[in-house]
Write a protein that binds this ligand. Sequence first.
Ligand code: NCD
Length: 305
Amino acid sequence: MKHLLAIDDLGAEGIEEVLDLTDSFVEVSARPIPKVPALRGRTVVSLFYEESTRTRMSFEAAAKRLSADIMNFNVSASAVSKGESLRDTVLTIEAMGVDAVIVRHASAGVPVQVARWVDASVVNAGDGWHEHPTQALLDCYTLRQRLGALSGRHIAIVGDVKHSRVARSDVAAFTSLGADVTLVAPPTLLPPSLVGWPVAVSHALDEVLPKVDAVVLLRMQQERQTEALVPSLREYTATYGLTARRAELLSDDAVVMHPGPMNRGVEIAAEVADLPCSVVTRQVANGVAVRMAVLFLLLAAGGAP
Ligand code: NCD
């Protein structure tokens, strides 16, 4: 594997390979000194054109636990504000000698474009509404930890699907592992066409919740919404929010997930986020190990971790 740009690049087999390898990095992460020399001498740069808390820090932690050197590119403190183009920025960074570039950008397709310009490996850390493959991998890993194999499981993805790269990558990954996915959202928060999406759609969260093994809540991405797509946030919460009352409709083993950042009180009630069925912090912890697995597969010359 040279790049990780979209979930479909991996296929079911590739996803399973990442998840299996993640087990060893979960074990490494639990050690008193959570570090292995696997990527010593390798350099990774994180090129984030969009703000991020978890994803950037998670990749940074992953690279450090593998003993790679990591450089952080800070867009606002860079020559981008002097008008340097994306291509020139990327070529400048590559000229310094990097083995992998981790890219986040507000425009779909930027990681694919960067991969054409550089010899280094490229990892998509989120491009516009398009994909966020490592988030889907960590979601798969977390589900597998709690539920076992995903095949035949039923997962609901609830909320602002239209603007969500997480939803697109999750749908691709979950269905490729054999899970059934139901999208639950008002019509205004669904993509204009779902042709080619292997999903069911519902507008009735209360009917879906008792039937699912997991529910993935999506943030209301107001920064991406150019018009009022819901009458008000209060009405959205009343119809599509996972309130404490609704959480009681879930079966005993069902898990609640959220990629973060959460808007407590909007898509998820504050107290639901803290229930034992919520695996939100487990997702974050697993994210580091999953990203170690991805960087290892892209950069290690071979051999076991
Ligand atoms: C998401 C993102 O930025 O795509 N967050 C994340 O990476 N965990 C989801 C979001 O912004 O709502």
